[in-house]
Design a protein around this ligand. Structure first.
Ligand SMILES: *Cc1c(COP(=O)(O)O)cnc(C)c1O
Length: 797
């Protein structure tokens, strides 16, 4: 580690210096914000050295680099994470205390960098941290959205969205690089000059780089997250301004900026909006121009590109990378088409994240050809070439079909490897999503089970448990997470179990206090904290959870003297603004909470809380305090999940279906430490064939009938008794996600949870075993596997 970090005295001096000379503030007048800035700059200074060293070494050793292209990076807060990885967390706390400042308050003053919707964006952030930890030379490429994911409030129990503006304050972690700018063309026409095609753009914008260093565990390596901001290529119109036409003078600037203004707030449905296509091309073209410039500065033969460049497409959002790379190689560098195709494919990998048909991007050829006329030609040529190469290709397979460009097929055909994100998902990608392409290209589809970084999700978020782990097995587990298995002998003893329970209790007390302040609901830290936090979506089945909660309430009221295990049901998550059914589920949860939380009969035996605006920072607060992890998606619908892994690491057993990475969690932790229920993916497909499946399931379940009856009667919406008639009708007659079919099994599994929790020693053993067996789910393991199987890169460390 560099000298800058050695002593508290040096850090203290640097904070004071930044406060004075960077912020221009005198200590007595400094606010929490000023102190946060001063500390952030002092910490950032300590990242710059390993960052330069990593970059220098990559150049000197002429190493292959990964370029991770993602429309989303759900980063969260940076300051505490950086201090953890630099080994300065406690030093920083001490230094700030010396200034009379509360470290926690400083940490919480930082806004989340919420440049993503959910799992996909958070995965990109975990991958950046693991690549830095392993010494995998890498750039993350994304968009510097001015407004990240919207803020969520509840009004009368309903979701209201307000804009998020993380950049309204200074962002101390980035370096603007106006010298690294690229012109991004759109629209216009293709001309043929001297037998070669040439695109004459109708509009252009500038992509300007903003670099954030990402430092790995123990500060041994740092990579760059390069986010592009859109700027106008034409200067503002001084003549118009002088004539007093101020709005018109600023028009080009406003138009260009639109491109990086907002994150699209929907992660599971796709709307064919032209601005979204432009954003995707903006990111991709800027990244590829940057990659080629870097490569050409030390190499001359572009056919060598795959030896030095691995480009990973995070979902199909940057799938335009295939044709754009071909265009740059052919039109701007004079390569032959066939060579360009082979070169591009040697570089490109594609990660599939979803089987949901409504989420697969398809662009109308009209829109695509209008925004990217040259790419339309290239896509058609790629499609023709692929058809010629594979004369067995069925007629219904192809990139351009029914006047649409299918981005999944495009990404598949242009990539040398296509990966799913859990064992089950990858099998379903082969079997259901791309069966024909899989036959034509056997071996191209592989699996890379997701992971999460244990530095943020365990070391930083759960200090009591991290300390217990270090006290028990010593240091060094943070980057060798399989070592958590060394806890197992200790778990056999009561002493360790009680210590594990005590660590969990510290987190639960802290969360109870926060819930009291934030939601105005008093919850007991001795209750079982049962947590479902994730985007609200029908396939994730928050509806199943709230229906079962009503059944529990009904059962307690019928027999309040029985030996109930007190529960706190915690929900968190945002709905896409246009997703009416998801918004109705949010409304129902809040309505049910209002009734149950004020019921004197059930009292502390059952509480429901739904803190608004779920984000990374809230996840860091909730997960370490959770007893039970709800992972109850309809089998076959959740590609992997990563929330499930965070809970496991933090010692919360899962109640879940055989879906996504739950399958592998169950395999690692053992059936005795997991509450499995519900139909399998195969059974789901079979059950759906019966058009009466939900009615039959409801008629067979007295508990579910009672629940639906209460909702239909308006028990939870007394001011508007018919509020949920539509919802109840859908459960009876259009239950695509099989809430009814899985209800009884879920209800019974919740009974098993109660039994297990009532036996304290048994429960603590289960919880601790979840932590001990979570090593496989470190994103370090995932990244090592990408390096071996897709990128062909050796770690520098
Ligand atoms: C981990 C995480 C997710 C993904 O959660 P899933 O349960 O896998 O859908 C979404 N949002 C945030 C803020 C997260 O931290």
């Amino acid at each position: 580690m560099n000298d800058l970090s050695l002593t508290p005295n040096l850090l203290q001096a640097d904070v004071a210096r930044h406060l004075t000379f960077t912020l221009g503030k005198d200590a007595p007048n400094a606010s929490v914000y000023d102190w946060r800035m001063a500390l952030s700059f002092a910490i950032r200074d300590r990242i710059v050295e390993p960052w330069f060293a990593s970059t220098r070494r990559t150049w000197a050793e002429d190493r292959k680099r990964v370029y991770y292209l993602s429309m989303e990076f759900l980063i969260g807060r940076i300051l505490e994470d950086a201090t953890i990885n630099l080994g300065l967390r406690d030093v920083a706390e001490e230094v700030m205390a010396g200034f009379g400042q509360d470290f926690r308050a400083i940490i919480e003053n930082e806004p989340d960098a919420a440049l993503g919707n959910g799992g996909l964006g958070r995965l990109a952030a975990c991958f950046m941290e693991s690549m830095a930890t392993l010494g995998c030379p890498a750039y993350g490429y994304g968009i510097r959205y001015e407004h990240g994911l919207f803020r969520q409030r509840f009004e009368g129990g309903q979701q209201v969205e307000t804009p998020e503006d993380w950049l309204s304050q200074a962002h101390p972690w980035e370096f603007a690089r106006p010298e690294s700018s690229y012109t991004i063309p759109f629209k216009g026409a293709v001309e043929t000059v001297g037998g070669r095609e040439s695109w004459v753009a109708g509009e252009t914008v500038l992509a300007e780089a903003h670099d954030t260093p990402v430092v790995g565990w123990q500060g041994k390596w740092a990579n760059t997250l390069r986010l592009w901001a859109a700027k106008p290529t034409t200067m503002f119109d001084l003549e118009r301004f002088n004539r007093g036409d101020y709005a018109a003078a600023a028009e080009p600037e406003a138009l260009a900026r639109t491109l990086s203004r907002v994150l699209y707030p929907d992660d599971t449905t796709y709307q064919g909006k032209e601005l979204r296509l432009k954003q995707e091309f903006f990111l991709t073209s800027a990244a590829l121009q940057d990659i080629l410039r870097r490569f050409k500065s030390t190499h001359s033969n572009l056919r060598d590109l795959p030896k030095y460049v691995a480009i990973q497409m995070n979902d199909t959002h940057p799938a335009i990378a295939g044709p754009e790379l071909v265009r740059l190689l052919v039109d701007e560098n004079g390569m032959e088409f066939a060579d360009a195709l082979e070169t591009a494919r040697g570089c490109l990998g594609y990660t599939n994240h979803t089987l949901l048909p409504e989420a697969l991007e398809r662009w109308a050829t009209f829109t695509f050809g209008n925004v990217l006329p040259r790419h339309m030609q290239i896509v058609e040529r790629i499609d023709q070439w692929h058809k010629d190469e594979n004369y067995h290709r069925p007629h219904y397979i192809g990139i351009v079909k029914h006047h649409e460009v299918r981005m999944g097929e495009l990404a598949f055909i242009m990539a040398h490897k296509v990966n799913g994100v859990s064992a089950l998902h990858s099998e379903l990608v082969k079997k259901n999503l791309f069966p024909e392409l899989d036959k034509l290209h056997p071996g191209r589809i592989i699996n890379q089970t997701n992971g999460v970084t244990p530095r943020r999700w365990l070391k930083m978020a759960n200090r009591p448990l991290a300390k217990l782990i270090t006290d028990t097995i010593g240091e060094g587990w943070e980057d060798h997470l399989d070592r958590l298995r060394e806890l197992e002998p200790a778990i056999k003893g009561k002493q360790f179990r009680e210590a594990f329970g005590a660590a969990k209790r510290v987190n639960k007390v802290a969360l109870s206090n926060w819930i009291g302040a934030e939601c105005g609901v008093q919850v007991s830290p001795d209750a079982l904290f049962d947590v479902q936090i994730k985007r609200i979506h029908e396939y994730k089945r928050q509806l199943l959870n709230i229906l079962e909660t009503i059944a529990r309430w009904h059962a307690i009221r019928a027999n309040p003297k029985a030996n109930w295990v007190p529960r706190v049901k915690i929900f968190g998550g945002k709905s896409a603004p246009g997703y009416a059914v998801a918004k109705e589920i949010i409304h129902l949860i809040n309505d049910v909470a209002a009734v149950i939380n004020t019921d004197p009969v059930t009292g502390d035996l059952l509480k429901i809380v739904y803190p608004p605006n779920y984000n990374v920072s809230m996840a860091e607060r909730l997960i370490p305090a959770s007893d039970l992890s709800e992972q109850i998606s309809t089998a076959g619908k959740e590609a992997s999940g990563t929330g499930n892994m965070k809970f496991m690491m933090n010692g919360a057993p899962t109640i879940g279906t055989l879906d996504g990475a739950n399958v592998e969690i169950l395999q690692e932790v053992g059936a005795e430490n997991f509450f499995l229920f519900g139909l399998t993916a195969e059974e789901v497909m079979i059950r759906r064939q019966d058009p009466d499946h939900s009615r039959k399931a409801i008629e067979a379940s007295k508990a579910l009938q009672d629940v639906l009856q209460m909702i239909a009667e308006g028990r939870f919406s007394p001011t508007q008794k018919d509020r949920y008639h539509g919802l109840v009708h859908r459960v009876w007659h259009h239950d695509y996600f099989l809430v009814a079919a899985d209800f009884d099994a879920f209800h019974a599994a919740q009974g098993e949870v109660d039994k297990a929790y009532a036996d304290r020693q048994r429960w603590l053993g289960m919880a601790a075993m979840n932590t001990a067996r979570s090593g496989f789910f470190s994103s370090d393991r995932t990244i090592r596997s990408y390096m071996d199987d897709i990128w062909g890169i050796e770690p520098a460390l």
